[in-house]
Design a protein around this ligand. Sequence first.
Ligand SMILES: Cc1ncc(COP(=O)(O)O)c(C=O)c1O
Length: 404
Amino acid sequence: MVKLFLTLAAAARTAVHAFNIAPSARPLSSLGAVGSRGAGRGGVYEDLTGMVGNTPVVKISDKLAPEGVEVYAKCEYFNPLSSVKDRLAVAIIEEAEASGALKPGMTVVEATSGNTGIAVAMVCAQRGYDCVICMAEPFSVERRRLMRMLGAKVIVTPKAGKGTGMVRKAEELCAEHGWFLCHQFENEANWKFHEATTGPELCPEIVNDFKAAGKKLTHWVTGYGTGGTFHGAGKALKDALPDVKIVLAEPEAAGLLASGTPTPRNADGSPAESHPAFAAHPIQGWTPDFIPKVLDDAPMDALMDELFPIPGDAAVATAKALAAKEGLLTGISGGGTMYAALETAKNAPKGSVILAMLPDTGERYLSTPLFADIPADMNDDELSIAKSTPSFQLIPGEEPVLAA
Ligand SMILES: Cc1ncc(COP(=O)(O)O)c(C=O)c1O
């Protein structure tokens, strides 16, 4: 019943999208950004949930991609609240409403490193639910402020408690107050959400767009937070394109899968302890201090062709290169995924077509290592440009100059 509803809900959203997308006179491979500019979307949305999904795929130029291989990015930051998690939030809330677990007037709770919280807060704002988000201290402060802007209450949990601490807090609050917990990490229904929504949405989006472009996708690269994207879309992609190679990236500093050590679980599937291979890493949204059940439940042997360790500094450097050389502003996990894609491209057979997921926007990382050496004040180059004409100079230690 739940699955039927999810399928119908996903089909309905797909139908809305299909209706709203303006037909293009040019093949997608040559569509570029201008193919449908000015055509509109062919309709209007009843509410923002219809705007979730159908994110664009864009080619990475030869400034970053090696010769003879095509590398693409799927820009999940085109979702309304700028991350892949918008897909999950809509699915969780709609399923809970349909099953009766979530009723008008209730409070929705989630433990999250940020993007899911922002997405859940967005849907709660649109549907009129109160929203409480538990988030561990180290995650970027702009995420907290965004959730509060969307009307959510953010309960910050201590850094020492790591990801498991914020999950415990959310569970405790729900038990105490009778609130609805989204349970993104382990709820049995979670990967089914992904299988029923992220997969059937993401996978045909990917398959259809490459088909329309006349290209055969050979590699798909993703990281994991809950494992939902990998499990849901990975399964659907392998069904649709059995030859596709799936590369799963995880932080080098937190090689939980690489260690081969499982996460012991409580009866409800939540982690019973912090994973011994976990160490703090800068790739926010990836790899908490436990192997999420959503990831564990994936048929690894069938889905994962390669496990790719990502150094934190390579993820940051690649996110910066994507911004500076391609104009693609993504977060650290997007940088990490693209690093794995570009490294894969170096050794892939000529003619390979590789797609990397960019899960969110770089604007979500202003207070993190991604922007650590991006100053707010003018540097020497900028100061000398400012001084190269006489008027409107703001030079440190000097009187501001207006007219020359
Ligand atoms: C920034 C970022 N990247 C990647 C992911 C991974 O997505 P998933 O939870 O589907 O594995 C997340 C999810 O939390 C995220 O927030």
